[in-house]
Design a protein around this ligand. Structure first.
Ligand code: NAI
Ligand code: MG
Length: 496
């Protein structure tokens, strides 16, 4: 097969430099600078985008504040819901455009990008139902004076939210955060990753087209240090929501202490996936392979540590090799390819470093391990599997963020649980078994924000998502995220 044709709308979009969106106006960066966006499959530049700095961040925060206290505060909950429903419709109408932009800048197979675009509309639709359901409560207080007293709570939007998102799911990460912002009546300054600003720009164009008032969503593209950092430290930002590396998450938490802004963080993982001896082994091995190879392994919840019961180890290794070999690597715009490139030369360098160090530290390479020989250009890496009997190599302990699985074997379940939990992270965990008792017993002991039984990477806007330990602070989606974007006000009324 060959690469799909880009839609005329996409060609036109790429031909114009991407601009910042501040207070309802598309504009160049204050410093006039731009940066290039690369197609990671071809290593060629596909578009130019404004490179914002502190001045643009200041202007965007001021515009957001003005909208928050002005026109946006006048919108009823039902009106906010209606605008979100309109946005969902637009996301559906422009699904193919969004998908093509995702594949162009991120590299993932077009089928996966189409899935990401479709789910974005569903997520926004989920949040469209929330504005009319954000409720307070009444509380049976007992004043010492004995005076009759009414006490009730209301939930109010927290205010100006800085949203800093990564490149691995460049559209999903934007809507996970913008959905609750818009549902609760907050306002936002969105800072997409420098690798993937294009789909974020297109999304914000659709937000504008849906009819949200100027200043409710502002967009500042640019580099982490020059746009993300000033946002994180900004004195007039009330809340920051970040997804990305634990390293930058730490910086953001520190920067937030200046004005004690609210912080939610979705960070890294090294998630354990466990195969019990009574599992459907063929299905479990397929699930384990998909759990690590999906999105080229660039998933915070990647099932990167696989614990296989010793009695089925050989069979699982064989199945894993078969699944790795079945992947067809190549540009994501060719629907024949099931695995695209990594996002950048830097990411490829980092993953190759792990492949080398893993072997030096005694892990046995079962398959993969290098760039595919037939692809000259692009940041491609083979799907790879290690067996690490000692469980000491870096590939068994550190987040790689690439299609690299490390397999360990186990025999005794209590010891297995200790090993699975022995990680600074706690984002996700999973297990494969046909036994109901083992399923719930092990699930209860795993220290992770998401536990998947006989499945992997299932996420849903109605269910909370987030991490234990160094995998983050707070939860996204579901009612939990509505709480995270609102303040609770407790009102006492003396009825005497
Ligand atoms: P990163 O954490 O540097 O980037 C994520 C976002 O933070 C981007 O928008 C970036 O511009 C911004 N940023 C960077 N430095 C900042 C700063 N000082 N202040 C404020 N914002 C800043 O992640 P990077 O460097 O792209 O990837 C490195 C590793 O991070 C990956 O190999 C992976 O292990 C992990 N990662 C985890 C993700 C997740 O979903 N949890 C997503 C992306 C990366
Ligand atoms: Mg970084």
């Amino acid at each position: 097969m060959s690469q799909i044709q880009l839609l005329p709308a996409v060609e036109k979009f790429l031909s114009q430099p991407g601009r910042l969106f501040i207070g309802g106006t598309w504009q160049d960066a204050a410093g006039g600078r731009r940066f290039a966006v690369e197609n990671p499959a071809s290593e060629s530049s596909v578009a130019e985008v404004a490179e914002g700095d502190e001045r643009d961040v200041d202007a965007a925060v001021a515009a957001a504040r003005a909208a928050f206290t002005g026109p946006w505060a006048q919108h009823s909950p039902a009106q906010r819901g209606l605008l979100l429903f309109r946005l969902a419709e637009l996301l559906d109408q422009h699904r193919e455009e969004l998908a093509q932009l995702i594949t162009l800048e991120n590299g993932k197979p077009i089928a996966n990008a189409r899935g990401e675009a479709a789910s974005a509309a569903n997520i926004i639709r989920y949040f469209a139902g929330w504005p009319t359901k954000i409720e307070g409560s009444t509380h049976p207080v007992s004043p010492a004076s004995g005076a009759p007293m009414l006490n009730y709570t209301v939930r109010e939007p927290v205010g100006v939210c800085a949203l800093i998102v990564p490149w691995n799911f460049p559209l999903t990460m934007c809507v996970w955060k913008l959905g609750p912002v818009l549902a609760t009546g907050c306002v936002a300054v969105l800072k997409p990753a420098e690798q993937t600003p294009l789909v974020a720009i297109r999304l914000v164009q659709l937000i504008e087209a849906a009819g949200f008032p100027a200043g409710v969503v502002n967009l500042v593209t640019g580099l982490g240090a020059h746009t993300g950092a000033p946002l994180a430290g900004h004195a007039d930002v009330d809340k920051i929501a970040f997804t990305g590396s634990t390293q930058v998450g730490r910086l953001i938490a520190q920067a937030a202490t200046g004005n004690m802004k609210k912080v939610s963080l979705e960070l890294g993982g090294k998630s354990p996936n466990i195969i019990l001896p009574d599992a459907d082994i063929v299905r479990a091995a397929k699930g384990a392979a998909d759990g690590i190879f999906y999105n080229q392994g660039q998933v915070c919840t990647a099932g990167s540590r696989l614990y296989v019961h010793a009695s089925v180890l050989d069979q699982v290794l064989e199945e894993l090799q078969r699944h790795a070999a079945a992947h067809v690597l190549g540009p994501g715009l060719d629907p024949a390819n099931s695995m695209g490139p990594l996002v950048s030369a830097r990411q490829l360098g980092s993953v190759r470093g792990y492949l080398q160090r893993g072997q030096e530290e005694g892990a046995e390479l079962i398959c993969g391990g290098d760039r595919p020989a037939h692809l000259e250009r692009g940041h491609f890496i083979q799907p790879s599997v290690f067996l690490d009997r000692a469980e000491r190599a870096c590939v068994a302990r550190e987040e790689i963020f690439g299609p690299v699985l490390t397999v360990m074997s186990w025999t005794e379940v209590d010891e297995l649980v200790l090993r699975a939990n022995d990680s600074p992270y706690g984002l996700a965990a999973g297990l494969w078994t046909r036994d109901l008792r083992s399923a719930h017993r092990v699930a209860a002991q795993l220290k992770a924000g998401s536990v998947w039984i006989n499945c992997w990477n299932v996420v849903d806007p109605a269910s909370p998502f987030g991490g234990y330990k160094q995998s983050g602070w707070g939860r996204e989606m579901s009612k939990n995220v509505i709480d995270a974007y609102t303040e609770t006000k407790s009102v006492f009324v003396d009825l005497a």
